[in-house]
Design a protein around this ligand. Structure first.
Ligand SMILES: [Zn+2]
Length: 271
């Protein structure tokens, strides 16, 4: 009995120690700055960071450290993965959550391709299940991985004013999936009422679907009409790349995203 209690105490002690050391490691990564060389790469690869208010810079660097520690990158189809690629993708992903408590806790793997990649999609029509191969630029799975075309990820970041950003799009799906479903209804902070989010996003999504169906010109990418999760992801792209215009065209969507991410990019200096 005594030996059993000693063994139990040892196991419990080991468990507590492991939790404690994991927390310590996380805190150290979040507090550490990037090296001068890494910082230079990040600013070259993601020029939008020039507009990010100074108060968020050290937070961003800490989150990039944590991200790079947590996630393993793999170059696919012969892609020679570089530090620039990893830092660019990490910086874009961390920018979204720079001032939020939300984190990509399920993500462990990012696959990077030298261009569009083949993806198998399963379709169900009644009892008939069929598979189709399509070419895609990006994919986000609820419990990881994320799959990205490098040239499109790079261009999305370098051109930060066109309202298209593949990495923001795929990481919006990743954030959305933290609630258990990738359905355009992400986890919200305390004090941010779900009814408020749901009302705005379902109304604006329906209006967007109608506009696209009738061939009207839309500010948000027509791809957003594919489903509420795509509407959320395309809104995320313009939230950072055309924030003033999003605030004018879709003020309620803009406001909900400011509450979700605790950021107000329309007030950041324009490029
Ligand atoms: Zn999507």
């Amino acid at each position: 009995m005594v030996w059993f209690l000693i063994a139990l105490a040892a196991v419990a002690g080991l468990f507590v120690y492991r939790v404690w050391s994991k927390r310590q490691r996380r805190a150290a990564l979040l507090a550490a700055p990037l090296s001068a060389e890494e910082r230079e790469i990040v600013f070259q690869q993601v020029p939008l960071l020039e507009r990010l208010p100074q108060e968020f810079h050290s937070k961003l660097e800490g989150k990039i450290n944590l991200f790079l520690d947590q996630v393993e990158f793999y170059g696919c189809d012969g892609l020679d993965l570089t530090e620039e690629m990893q830092l660019s993708i990490a910086a874009q992903a961390c920018l979204i959550v720079v001032n939020s408590d939300q984190w990509y806790k399920h993500l462990r793997t990012i696959l990077v391709y030298p261009g569009a990649f083949k993806s198998k999609q399963t379709y169900q029509d009644g009892f008939v299940v069929s598979e189709k191969e399509t070419y895609r630029l990006g994919e986000s799975w609820q419990h990881g991985p994320i799959v990205l075309s490098w040239p499109h990820s790079e261009q999305g970041a370098l051109n930060d004013l066109d309202g298209h950003n593949l990495v923001f799009h795929e990481f919006a799906h990743q954030l959305d999936g933290l609630s258990g479903y990738t359905d355009g209804a992400p986890l919200l902070d305390r004090g941010h009422r779900f009814e408020e989010w749901a009302k705005v996003f379902s109304n604006r999504f329906k209006a967007h679907v109608e506009d696209v169906k009738h061939g009207h010109k839309t500010f948000l990418d027509p791809y957003g009409a594919e489903g509420p999760e795509e509407f959320f992801a395309v809104a995320m792209e313009v939230f950072f790349e055309k924030p003033q215009k999003l605030q004018r065209e879709e003020p309620q969507v803009y406001e909900q995203l400011t509450k979700l991410l605790n950021l107000k990019p329309a007030e950041w200096p324009a490029d």
